[in-house]
Design a protein around this ligand. Sequence first.
Ligand code: FAD
Ligand code: 2HG
Ligand code: ZN
Length: 481
Amino acid sequence: MTDKNISPKLPQKFLSDLETAIGIKAIITNHDDIAPYMVEQRGRFVGETSLVVTPQTTQEVSDVVKLCAEHSIGIVPQGGHTGLVSGGIPFAGDNAIVLNTSRLNKIRAIDPVNNTMIVEAGCILQTIQEHADNHDRLFPLSLGAEGSCQIGGNIATNAGGINVIRYGNTRQLVLGLEVVTPTGEIWNGLRALQKDNTGYDLKQLYIGSEGTLGIITAAVLQLFPKPKEQQTAILALTDLDAALPLLNQAQEMLGDALTSFELLPRIGVDFSLKHGQGVVDPIEGRYDWYILMEASVSLTDSNLKALFQNYLETAFEKNWVQDGVLAQSKAQSDSFWLLRENITLCQKAEGGSIKHDISVPVSSVPAFIKAANEAVRKMIPGIRPHPFGHLGDGNIHYNLSQPLDMDKQDYLDRWEEVNRVVHDIVHNFNGSISAEHGIGRVKRDENQHYKSPVEMQLMKNIKKSLDPKGIMNPGKLIRPN
Ligand code: FAD
Ligand code: 2HG
Ligand code: ZN
């Protein structure tokens, strides 16, 4: 039974046509069964809907969308539900149902000769990585949520992660898409081609569109040769400024073998050690800043280890690092990454955390961090900044844990005010207020504040032209009229 108090109120005809199209098993209307689909990662908002559907084929997705279009009902696409900007839940008043893609999860094909793989939107990222690996290939997209996020969500958010410096964002890893449009038509753009100049590149429009232009049902992914040798090191910096020459030197001495270059502050290390399971401190002593870096090559018998050791010697000679450990085994390298990947989950245990996902030119990262730290400390004495993340891409998760002696709610009430101060600094550095997590609902108005009216209008024109009824993920990314 549909809960009568919760939107959207669904016409009986809609529900019976839906049941005919996708079957009762794919329809969830019970409030308690819907609840888990409404709780987002950060626990900041709870979604509201009277219906969740879980179609199993592209045709079923198309049938659902056609019915929603006919009845002017909104649709929120939802994948692994790991997004960090509240893009995958409907808000009260959105008049929208949720279309969850978890059952749309077939790997349709792999072509190792062409270095491509065709997967459905609901495939878990880790499953895709493992399948590629079983065929001696690499799918390089990698992020902390890879055990539960889905490729449809990754594509819809143009996810970044830890290997962008070498392989690019999701945008660079997709050759073709299959999409159900807001009218329910199926666009089969599953072309596995390296070259295809036949007009507007529609797939790039859908990548990063956060479910506002249509539902991605399948994709052609670009695969790469599997790395045969890998070196991972964690280094304690002399100071934050040393990160930049250290990065430049890595690019000079390791060339394109450099795959990750991540910044960790001591406080983030402390969070992971205190709250994470099985996390160990790799370096004796306490240092303010660390770099976790990795290099890999797909050649056997390469001289990567020697190159890496030379690089580390240079880093010590130049006094950029005070201490460091080069992983001696896969297990040790995994333990470095465990420390890094635990920061997001462990910061939750430290009370309220006001988050920012910013990028500035790589050369401006230390200056940005210093300016932002000074500004937020002035605003809220005792605030605990823990900037971390993808320094090699200029992308810092500038997260701010609450002062130890402050009430959590009083702190979180200052979210928007703090955002504005930090984002103004980002803006002054010609940066972006969302480097990899997207805009969703959380950053919608903030995005509009910083984007030029011309750019906003172009985005609105595209939305209006592809989704004139405004049913695709209403209220996300672009404010409805
Ligand atoms: P969801 O959260 O379900 O949805 C995200 C958005 O995409 C929503 O707007 C939704 O409507 C839309 N969407 C989902 N599926 C489709 C579809 N098939 N068609 C159209 N629209 C769709 N992100 C990074 O970029 N880099 C990181 O390093 C990173 N690390 C993370 C670590 C942790 C611990 C966590 C919890 C999150 C992290 N994230 C990171 C954020 C998140 O994992 C990514 O945004 C991911 O790409 C979302 O995938 P999902 O399947 O969970 O999508
Ligand atoms: C990461 O790089 C994720 O770990 C999550 O993008 C960042 O916790 C965050 O803000
Ligand atoms: Zn990240």
